[in-house]
Design a protein around this ligand. Structure first.
Ligand code: ACM
Length: 266
């Protein structure tokens, strides 16, 4: 069994130190194996432009946010998957980090950028791979990756049992779609969304909350309210994700006919 969940909260735009402190305070009393945080939970999301993002993003080789979260994971003996504005040379990636008691384990850089993110971030260049956390295979994706079913399928084909999904959702379709992703791949998914709004001089962007944990077969374990802070944890049995037969004669991965899917790879 694995104790997993999410922390849905309201980051304050540009207040990186305050947002870090908020996360550390919220998670300091928690007993868990794996907690997922939203996308870009330390910087905020609604950047005026690239210059502002550059000022707030951090390089992983010198990141107070990574030090703080690494220390938290070591002290609490849990794992975190968190969004992160990652500076790397001239590029800035909208990344997700897997951090454990011994520090940084994996970096995934969002491959499907949403809307104005395309003006500011570099599209991800890391493959979709699977990591092991306490014997469970986890896959990572970030927010808008949800609309491409290929992402969860690619992770499921590599054995992912739990999809960790930091998000800053502004549309209302994702939660429903993730039930289907979990049905068609028979995996768990933890979507950690933020709530509240980034009120900026150039406009206001509202986020939709409703973070959720979904089980194989598309069963909703829990969905948070849209506009409230929430720390949710549940015991799951990751082995449930290994049963890929949906009828005795239908294996959802082995019954695929990739020879008919060639346009997918063009
Ligand atoms: C999103 O990808 N932040 C909608």
């Amino acid at each position: 069994m694995l104790r997993v969940g999410f922390y849905q909260f309201r980051p304050l735009f540009g207040k990186v130190e305050r947002n870090r402190r908020k996360v550390v305070e919220a998670l300091s009393q928690v007993e868990a194996d794996l907690i997922v945080l939203p996308e870009l939970p330390f910087t905020g999301y609604h950047f005026a432009g690239r210059t502002e993002l550059e000022e707030l993003a951090e390089d992983l080789s010198n990141s107070p946010t990574l030090w703080t979260l690494g220390e938290l994971c070591a002290r609490k003996n849990f794992y975190l998957v968190t969004g992160f504005a990652e500076k790397s040379g001239k590029d800035i990636f909208n990344s997700a980090l897997l951090i454990g008691p011994d520090g940084l384990i994996h970096v995934y850089r969002k491959i499907h950028l949403f809307d104005r993110e395309k003006e500011m971030f570099t599209p991800g260049n890391t493959p979709l791979t699977v990591q092991e956390v306490r014997g469970t295979k986890i896959g990572m994706m970030v927010c808008f990756d949800w609309i491409f079913p290929e992402v969860v399928r690619t992770l499921a084909l590599q054995g992912a049992q739990v999809i960790c999904h930091p998000s800053n959702l502004v549309l209302s379709y994702c939660q429903q779609a993730m039930l289907t992703r979990c049905l068609e791949n028979n995996v768990f998914a933890i979507t950690a969304n933020r709530f509240g709004a980034d009120r900026r001089p150039h406009g206001t962007l509202r986020f939709t909350g409703k973070s959720q944990v979904v089980a194989p077969r598309g069963k909703l374990i829990y969905q948070a309210p849209s506009q409230r802070e929430e720390l949710f944890l549940a015991e799951i049995d990751p082995q449930q994700a290994n049963e890929k037969f949906i009828t005795p004669r239908n294996h959802i991965l082995e019954d695929r006919r990739p020879e008919f899917y060639r346009p997918l790879c063009r």
